[in-house]
Design a protein around this ligand. Structure first.
Ligand code: UDP
Length: 325
């Protein structure tokens, strides 16, 4: 199939396009390079384009006759989404609408969407099943939930067939050491702790230690980026085969607290991590752990790289490369 990977120069998108090597699919990338890196997509045709430019998006889709679009390009930072909700609604909702409008006009009706566990808000129960009510508590999660609603309506009215993948905490780096996580500024837990281990940062802040969890710090379900890429490949094959829309969690059903992550980093890097306890971050649920039975049963997906050891080791190899440790 001829597939356009929007956001293919970013963290998860770059692992996806690498996963496509040695498959029969033909892949091109569209990216505005606002947070992605050109070298991440060096083996592919890259359209440098912003989704706000609807005319250019339409032209690219039409000229290249894509049959499927995978959409990884979005703003992903919970804290920033409180400070700049306009940026989040524009980039995550309006720009996605532009893309979908062009696709529907050109009858490109296959779509894979990067959603998030943030759509659940404070979960009703743990582990979280896809059927739980969605009540996102931060603007980031709300933008993703809005798009999921749009997708459902576009399926009913325009025949758009989609799979929405709700990621839990994406992390880790490619096992061959060539690509990994590189955000600027970095806000995610594991790279921040590793930057403290490599000396790129002086210390690290734990956002709150009085949550109702085993040690008071937030618990998350960490899922290796290569397992996320595999879930996308299985999803698109399922979509081609069944032409039926669906939604899946991508998580590992394991919860680790912030302190447990620090402990594991200290063990692997053999470095003491200096940290301070600071105020809770707005919009952080205490515990997010996936129920992944739907994706394991329906897509036969299994997490292969998401044990904490592999996650931290691959991320540490990548951090050593970035920091010349
Ligand atoms: N966290 C923290 N200090 C940091 C960054 C994150 O204590 O400097 C915590 C955060 O409160 C959350 C967990 O680490 O409970 C994972 O946060 P991250 O931003 O990596 O992912 P999110 O869960 O927001 O998608």
């Amino acid at each position: 199939m001829k597939i356009l990977v929007v956001g293919g120069a970013g963290y998860i998108g770059s692992h996806m396009i690498k996963r496509f090597q040695n498959t029969d699919h033909q892949i091109d990338v569209l990216d505005n390079l606002s947070t992605g890196f050109k070298e991440n997509s060096q083996n592919y045709k890259l359209h440098i384009c912003d989704l706000s430019n609807k005319e250019q998006v339409h032209k690219i889709l039409k000229e290249n006759k894509y049959e499927m679009v995978m959409h990884f390009a979005s703003s992903i930072n919970v804290g920033e989404s409180y400070d700049h909700p306009m940026k989040y609604y524009e980039n995550n909702v309006i720009n996605t609408l532009n893309l979908l409008e062009c696709m529907i006009d050109l009858k490109i009706l296959n779509f894979i969407f990067s959603s998030t566990a943030a759509v659940y808000g404070e979960p009703e129960s743990i582990p979280i099943k896809e059927a739980q009510n969605l009540s996102p508590i931060n603007p980031y999660g709300k933008t993703k939930s809005v798009v999921e609603n749009i997708l459902s309506d576009y399926d009913k009215s325009y025949g758009l067939k989609y799979i929405s993948l709700r990621y839990f905490n994406a992390c880790g780096a490619h096992i061959d050491g060539t690509i990994g996580e590189r955000h600027n500024p970095e806000t995610h837990l594991i790279p921040l702790i590793l930057q403290t281990a490599s000396g790129r940062r002086n210390n690290f802040k734990i956002y709150g230690d009085d949550y109702k969890t085993k040690d008071g710090t937030c618990v998350r379900d960490y899922i290796h980026v290569m397992d996320i890429a595999e879930a996308h490949l299985l999803s698109l094959e399922k979509l081609i085969q069944t032409q039926s829309s669906d939604i899946y969690n991508i998580g590992n059903e394991q919860g680790y607290s912030v302190r447990e992550i620090i402990d594991m980093v200290e063990e692997i890097t053999q470095t003491k991590i200096p940290y301070k306890i600071s105020e809770k971050r707005k919009g952080d649920p205490a515990v997010l752990i996936a129920d992944n039975s739907k994706i394991t049963e329906k897509l036969n997906w299994r997490a292969k790289y998401s044990d904490l050891n592999t996650i931290i080791n691959t991320a540490w190899e990548w951090e050593k490369k970035l920091s010349n440790f």
